[in-house]
Design a protein around this ligand. Structure first.
Ligand SMILES: Nc1nc2c(ncn2[C@@H]2O[C@H](COP(=O)(O)OP(=O)(O)O)[C@@H](O)[C@H]2O)c(=O)[nH]1
Ligand SMILES: [Mg+2]
Length: 358
């Protein structure tokens, strides 16, 4: 399974519409309580070349899962629905925060006005209320060990308290510049406000792409070192239902080169520092996703958990070498095949075979 991204945002900001645009799943809007999940294929031109070389029976692109997490009243709602939503947020690796940047009096909204700064603060606050509870619980759990003088527990508690205090002062964990050690202390809390965020400005038409709401959103994003992309949610959801040709025609008319899915995927890849590597053979050519700097066993674990647990070595060839030399045999002959160990950091475009003990 690829990585998972969750759409969050105030009600009626356009999450479901954007989910539809991105996944072309045609799930109905206003699905107040349920969540929608879809797996989208990540386009990668290199798969076409690999297919020509291996002529496999099956080609499987990398995937990214998109989850429409409806309503974000997480922390204040101490009911089952609220905690379930929080559970979903905890399950995803990244948040796609949809912010309403279109004005339309006919579509009711939480507030009378459109104001991305206020909306983002509101949603962040919800995430932080939830995180405060999580941290309080962790600090309570550690208390006994702290009293017994356990050094790790004392350090973890201090780090949790530091993060907790900053959250109380209104700084989401992702903006706290936490050190590696601090991050280690809070890792198992899986804080919602620590997840990387990609902001999505939902606008009515491309003419609004530079409106002051979008500008305000872009400022917030760049202040925290994040990205913002602009999507005409409604229009793109409508055209995602069309055939590929018609779709491209409409995209051109809207003044867009790529579909929202493509733009969202490339932004998500950049945000999460994702890369693709491949497994190849006559039966299957497949793209996999991992993070930059992931070590070989971690990347192998994307293929199968056993491969991570019982990892021995990774045989690696480079995509570019394969294209240049034409076959695996030619690569071996040229001595460009490598055998890598546990510390190897998998690179974008690596073609790998994992050796593991069965
Ligand atoms: N005019 C306009 N309406 C939109 C746009 N995006 C969403 N809507 C409408 O806003 C309402 C709420 O959208 P929805 O996706 O259900 O919001 P959610 O609550 O965040 O999932 C629906 O009636 C949509 O048709 C947009 O870009 N332009
Ligand atoms: Mg919705």
């Amino acid at each position: 399974m690829g990585l998972s991204c969750g759409l969050i945002g105030l009600p009626s900001s356009g999450k479901t519409v954007i989910f539809n645009a991105v996944t072309a799943a045609g799930v109905s809007s206003y699905n107040g309580s349920e969540m929608n999940r879809a797996v989208v294929y990540v386009p990668d031109q290199r798969l076409n070349r690999l297919t020509e070389i291996y002529r496999p029976q099956k080609v499987v692109p990398a995937t990214l899962e998109v989850v429409d997490i409806s309503g974000v009243k997480v922390g204040h709602q101490r009911n089952e629905h609220g905690s379930r939503l929080l559970g979903y947020i905890k399950d995803v690796e990244a948040l796609l925060h949809v912010v309403r940047c279109f004005e339309d009096d006919s579509i009711p909204f939480e507030y009378e006005t459109i104001d991305p700064v206020r909306d983002i603060e509101t949603v962040d606050l919800e995430l932080m209320v939830a995180d405060s509870n999580t941290l309080e619980n962790k600090i309570k759990r550690l208390a006994k060990k702290v009293r017994a003088g356990d050094k790790d527990a004392i350090r973890d508690t201090a780090n949790c308290e530091k993060v907790y205090t900053a959250i109380q002062q209104g700084t989401p964990a992702r903006k706290q510049n936490l050190s590696v050690q601090e991050l280690a202390s809070i890792r198992e809390c899986n804080l919602a406000s620590l997840k990387p965020v990609l902001y999505i400005a939902n606008i009515k038409s491309i003419a609004d792409a530079g409106n002051h709401h979008v500008k305000a959103l872009e400022r917030i994003a760049s202040d925290e070192g994040a990205e913002a992309i602009v999507i005409c949610g409604k229009d793109e959801a409508d055209i995602s239902q069309l055939s590929l040709e018609e779709r491209q025609e409409f995209l051109r008319e809207l003044g867009l080169k790529e579909s929202s899915m493509e733009r969202l995927l490339s932004a998500a890849y950049r945000m999460l520092g994702l890369i693709n590597f491949f497994t190849t053979g006559e039966d299957e050519v497949r793209a996999w996703t991992c993070r930059k700097k992931d070590k070989a066993p971690v990347a192998a674990g994307k293929i199968h958990t056993d491969m991570e647990k019982s990892f021995i070595r990774m045989e690696v060839i480079r995509y570019e070498d394969l294209i240049e030399l034409g076959s695996e045999a030619a690569i071996s002959k040229a001595g460009r095949q490598r055998l890598e160990g546990r510390d190897y950091e998998v690179q974008d475009g690596d073609i790998v075979a994992v050796r593991f003990s069965k």
